[in-house]
Design a protein around this ligand. Structure first.
Ligand code: NAD
Length: 297
């Protein structure tokens, strides 16, 4: 029987544990604050931001939101960032990607105070992660690690193939999984759009993580018998539904499930974990800034 790794259940446990940490902070007179910044009115981004706000309310994190007009000068966004950097009630914030084309996202990230960079994208935080001294693990890769841990998958000496080399998923996940650590110690192959013979690289892996943004790219023929499959992909494909689309992962679920020992579904796999780990980073940021020792899950 293939185990279906339930991201909703694992995320819910993490949120429960965070509630205790938030109580510890409250006893010390502090309430963690997370802000979201949205430039423009991309509907998918709006949905993500709304979900993040709701998640905060649920666990007792104070949520704040800043809207910036999509046509505004980049300086307007930079000013909003500077205000958040100075605001003691904001322990962490994220600038929702993508930003409009006339704004340089890298410059945006460089302006975020690394101590409040709960996405973990600032060069200082990327450097710390690579050096094995992460302050904030980026939410999606951290969520993948927690899912593997929840399914009792020991990574030591395992071959992991990651499909995708983005700065937010593939690269940080590869760096985390090769760390000399209990949730690392794997041998990692990182594939991307120029990789030749992707199928051989996935088929030879004990664990396959698909993060390519390509609907159902990885099918059962590309999975070795008994492998673990983690599907990060979230793709909207047109379908005869009320919304006119449905969400599919980067893995062809049924054929991959037939080969795998464990697999994450889409939705209900990595997605809820990403959201939970943002809350985790916010609580961590609050603990560090308020100098309160908090127990993190
Ligand atoms: P991205 O577009 O920045 O990067 C995609 C990567 O996949 C690139 O490195 C590219 O080289 C590689 N790639 C694309 N097509 C490929 C192919 N045919 N063969 C091999 N490699 C290929 O995407 P991203 O931001 O890393 O996101 C990847 C996917 O994960 C998307 O579907 C995104 O929506 C989803 N995502 C989900 C969550 C979540 O919480 N579930 C979080 C972040 C991203």
């Amino acid at each position: 029987m293939t185990e279906i790794i339930d991201g909703n259940a694992v995320a819910s446990e993490i949120r429960d544990d965070l509630t205790d940490a938030i109580e510890t902070l409250a006893e010390a007179g502090s309430r963690p604050g997370l802000a979201t910044v949205l430039m423009g009115d991309d509907p998918a981004s709006q949905t993500y931001v709304n979900m993040k706000q709701r998640d905060c309310e649920e666990v007792g994190i104070e949520s704040h939101h800043v809207d910036v007009d999509g046509d505004a000068d980049p300086e307007v966004l930079y000013d909003a960032i500077a205000d958040l950097n100075d605001d003691p009630e904001i322990h962490g914030y994220i600038v929702q990607a993508p930003v409009p084309d006339h704004v340089d996202y890298r410059e945006v990230i460089r302006r975020v105070d690394p101590a409040k960079d709960v996405d973990g994208f600032h060069p200082e935080n990327v450097g710390r992660l690579v050096a094995g001294d992460a302050r904030f693990r980026p939410c999606t890769p951290h969520g993948v690690q927690k899912l593997l841990e929840s399914a009792d998958i020991d990574l030591e000496g395992k071959d992991v193939t990651i499909v995708g080399r983005s700065d937010i998923v593939g690269k940080p996940l590869a760096n985390l999984l090769i760390q000399k650590a209990d949730d690392g110690n794997a041998t990692v192959t990182v594939c991307h759009s120029r990789t030749e013979d992707l199928a051989t690289k996935t088929r030879n892996a004990d664990i396959v993580v698909a993060a390519a943004g390509a609907p159902e790219l990885v099918d059962g023929s590309m999975i070795g018998d008994g492998a673990v499959v983690i599907d990060v992909g979230v793709n909207r494909v047109s379908a005869d539904t009320e919304k006119g689309y449905e969400l599919v992962g980067d893995v062809e679920f049924e054929s991959a499930k037939a080969k795998a020992s464990a697999i994450t579904p889409v939705p209900g796999g990595v997605g809820p974990m990403t959201r939970a780990m943002l809350l985790y980073n916010t609580v961590k940021a609050a603990g560090l800034q308020e100098d309160v020792a908090v127990d993190l899950p």
